[in-house]
Design a protein around this ligand. Structure first.
Ligand SMILES: [Zn+2]
Length: 279
């Protein structure tokens, strides 16, 4: 005799639902990694040490004991001085996606108890490019550092350098940020730059290259014009690893190549040495 159930059992879901951002594929070694594991390794692939690009706030949280404690220049908003087609819409779009007013953040924090001013750029927001807000924030943060005599650290992920949508106004920021560095120099305040992948164009041709100590993350592209542009201009094959951190270290352009997982420890050690005479 067969027993016939009165109700049809509920349909079973096919597999577990996994959030889209649960897994990440490493672009270098192709390993599939759980995102949660990458959080523990400062977003560095545990298998091949590939450094994933991270946001400005993420970097600040990695370096600073309690994140950014007080922001500098958060109220400054970008303008569209040239009425550049589509620029206002782009600013609105990126503001919604990243929750940032512009491509950089600046603020006060502590590294192993040492008070510092930090400046961080975010590649996601228009390639971390340098416009008027970027320049003004950098200058305000640098002058604050100089007046208060606290070290200044700039962490950069800036692909395009100057922001084309602001034309000459963005190029002027090369001079403005350089004046900010001069204020630090006059006050004899340590200035360290940390160059991420990529640090190019007007950013590298101004304040990024002026650090008392210039550190780069492994494998970061660092230079003025990119390798493709150079190759097309000089019509010659470029050497292997051209413009990558390790190449730039070998050629004296930067001082150190440091793994992101060791960055806080390295900065802390440098700051202790550099501030021992006056703090
Ligand atoms: Zn990997």
């Amino acid at each position: 005799m067969f027993f016939k159930p009165k109700k049809t059992p509920p349909k079973r879901e096919k597999g577990l639902k996994v959030p889209d951002d649960f897994w990440v594929k490493c672009p270098s070694c192709q390993s599939i990694l759980p995102n949660i594991d990458l959080e523990k390794t400062a977003k560095v692939c545990p298998k091949c040490s590939y450094h994933f690009r991270i946001s400005a706030y993420e970097y600040a949280n990695i370096l600073f004991d309690n994140g950014i404690e007080r922001e500098i220049g958060k109220e400054i908003l970008p303008d569209d001085p040239l009425d550049f087609p589509g620029y206002k819409q782009k600013l609105e779009k990126y503001k919604k996606i990243y929750g940032l007013n512009d491509s950089s953040i600046a603020g006060i924090g502590h590294i192993d108890g040492i008070k510092v001013t930090g400046f961080f750029t975010d590649f996601g927001f228009l390639g971390g490019s340098m416009g008027s807000v970027f320049g003004e924030k950098f200058y305000r943060a640098a002058t604050h550092s100089a007046k208060s005599r606290i070290p200044f650290i700039a962490v950069l992920f800036s692909g395009g350098g100057a922001r084309m949508h602001e034309g000459i106004f963005s190029l002027m920021q090369m001079a403005k940020t350089t004046v900010g560095v001069l204020e630090l120099e006059k006050a004899k305040v340590p200035y360290i730059t940390v160059l991420g992948d990529p640090t190019m164009g007007g950013v590298m041709a101004s304040f990024a290259a002026l650090g008392d100590v210039i550190i780069a993350e492994p494998g970061a592209l660092i230079g003025f014009a990119g390798p493709r542009v150079i190759q097309q201009t000089i019509r010659q094959e470029l050497p292997k690893g051209f413009q990558r951190s390790e190449f730039q270290l070998e050629h004296g352009q930067i001082d150190m190549v440091v793994d992101r997982r060791e960055m806080k420890k390295t900065l802390s050690r440098l700051l202790k040495i550099m501030t021992s005479s006056y703090l």
